[in-house]
Design a protein around this ligand. Sequence first.
Ligand code: C2G
Length: 130
Amino acid sequence: MKKIITFGTFDVFHVGHINILERAAALGDYLIVGVSSDKLNFDKKNRYPIYNEADRMKIIQSLKFVDQVFIEESLELKLEYIKKYNADILVMGDDWTGRFDWVKSDCDVIYLPRTPSISTTEIIEVVKSL
Ligand code: C2G
């Protein structure tokens, strides 16, 4: 069985998130998703996500092509998570191209093209401007 792992915040869930998870799932038989913790998001972006980690996990877990979900506490723990969940392929959007090549010793890494013209940041900006 080929296991795929991917990571993300998935805040203000949108079609770009669905597209990458659907394409990631299609690369194997079992999809595991690491949902970035609220704290990890704060450390990276200096703000908390709109949806908290429990709600973001619940949304991702409810998708039919997602098999398993856990909280990602740190970007540096990628390799530990890959080993823990026995993942064969790490999938990320191409905004992360090259950033996780350091796990290639243990796992294949595939960067998939992002869905154009949609992002959580843009949605927040649009809503703010209304
Ligand atoms: N994504 C996409 N198309 C978009 C928006 C996002 O394909 N229009 C993808 C991203 O490339 C990423 C995933 O959806 O692979 C989740 O995106 P984010 O929630 O923005 O995740 P990010 O904050 O980049 O966190 O350990 C990894 C990080 O925690 C990823």
